[in-house]
Structures are given as structure tokens and as C-alpha cells.
Design a protein around this ligand. Structure first.
Ligand SMILES: CC(C)(COP(=O)(O)OP(=O)(O)OC[C@H]1O[C@@H](n2cnc3c(N)ncnc32)[C@H](O)[C@@H]1OP(=O)(O)O)[C@@H](O)C(=O)NCCC(=O)NCCS
Length: 161
């Protein structure tokens, strides 16, 4: 298990900084091991950050209230997978979100992404609702609906001890 900490992104992996949003949030959330090898990255998105996401992809992300944050785009670099990195790092980002005043954190995961669902469950996420995304003429549209019994069963199976 690498020992890692929150650090500014090494320039070698800061290539995704196509705009201020990506760079700023990336720097906040990238983690690396003692040799500064990138281990994990995830975006903690506050309401002001989300406006930039919306500009990039209108309609894709549901509304975010002032006291809510989104945790998205989790990625553990392959040599470090299955070591508990996501669980640890996402937990840290949740604490950062709480320190920024968030009362609720949202994250969206595809229903067949078992490692991600398990990692989210481990840091305290529960199934609340379902987001269905469609795309028409190149424009995304998100629909939020309450979770069904089938969704709940899927969640419980994926996250069972
Ligand atoms: C999803 C992802 C971030 C998980 O990162 P990770 O650091 O390997 O996760 P952890 O080691 O903390 O494991 C989290 C949970 O998933 C389980 N898990 C990890 N890899 C798994 C696998 N291949 N199959 C099934 N379960 C797996 C772990 O056992 C753990 O659950 P448990 O402790 O209750 O058993 C990583 O697989 C990844 O980057 N995937 C590609 C990008 C992606 O899908 N991102 C998520 C977008 S929502």
C-alpha cells in the first residue's frame, strides 16, 4: 500500500488541464506516492466549479445546491488498483468537501462498475436516485428518477460484504 498525500499535480500528468477548471480541481485532488508517482485522481466539484462543467456539457449534470458537492472522475492508476486507494482517497476528498461547507456529496457511477460502487459504499455513499443520460443531436440530457426495487437490488448485490 503506497503512502500518499494530497499534492499539486506533477506537470507530467497535468496534461488534462485544457482549462482553468480542470487544472484547479485536478491540483486539489491528485494524490501520489512517496516518489511522486501519481496514484489516484478524482475531482471534487463545488457549485462554482460546476458552472464550468455545465458550460462544457450543458444538461449532463443535474443541479447542485450551494451546500452540495460532486465527486467525479475517480481514477486509480493501474499499478495501484485493488489496494484500497479509492476508499482512502475518496474519504479524504469527502472531508475536504465537508470542510468547504458541503452537507451532501453526490457521485454517479455506472451500475456495472463494481469496484467503483464498492469504493463509494465503503466511504458511506448510499443509493439515493438514478440518473439516466440520453443524447440527442449531440446534446446531453439527464433525467433523475427515484431508485426502483431493481436498482436497490443491483446496488445491494454490488456492495454486499
Ligand atoms: C474504480 C476504481 C477507481 C477503484 O479504485 P481502487 O483504488 O482499485 O479501489 P479500492 O482498492 O479502494 O477498492 C474499492 C472496492 O472495490 C473492490 N474492487 C477493486 N477492484 C475490483 C475488481 N477488479 N473487481 C471487483 N471488485 C474490486 C475492492 O475489493 C473494494 O471493495 P471491498 O474492499 O469492499 O472488497 C479503479 O478501478 C479505476 O480507476 N477504474 C477505472 C476508472 C473508473 O471506472 N472510475 C470510476 C468512475 S465512476
Amino acid at each position: 500500500m503506497p503512502s500518499w498525500s494530497e499534492q499539486p499535480a506533477p506537470t507530467t500528468v497535468a496534461h488534462s488541464g485544457a482549462n482553468g477548471f480542470t487544472r484547479r480541481v485536478y491540483e486539489r485532488s491528485v494524490t501520489s506516492d512517496a516518489d511522486r508517482t501519481p496514484v489516484y485522481v478524482q475531482w471534487l466539484i463545488t457549485p462554482p466549479d460546476k458552472r464550468l462543467l455545465d458550460q462544457h456539457d450543458p444538461g449532463y449534470w443535474p443541479p447542485l445546491k450551494d451546500d452540495e458537492v460532486l465527486l467525479e472522475f475517480a481514477y486509480t492508476f493501474t499499478p495501484f488498483r485493488g489496494l484500497g486507494v479509492m476508499t482512502d482517497a475518496m474519504g479524504q476528498l469527502l472531508r475536504v468537501g465537508a470542510a468547504l461547507g458541503a452537507k451532501l456529496a453526490l457521485t454517479y457511477v455506472l451500475s456495472d462498475n463494481i469496484p467503483s460502487l464498492r469504493g463509494c459504499a465503503k466511504v458511506g455513499f448510499d443509493l439515493d436516485h438514478v440518473k439516466a443520460v440520453s443524447r440527442r443531436l449531440g446534446v446531453h440530457r439527464s433525467e433523475i428518477r427515484p431508485s426502483s426495487d431493481a436498482d436497490l437490488q443491483c446496488w445491494q448485490q454490488a456492495t454486499a460484504p
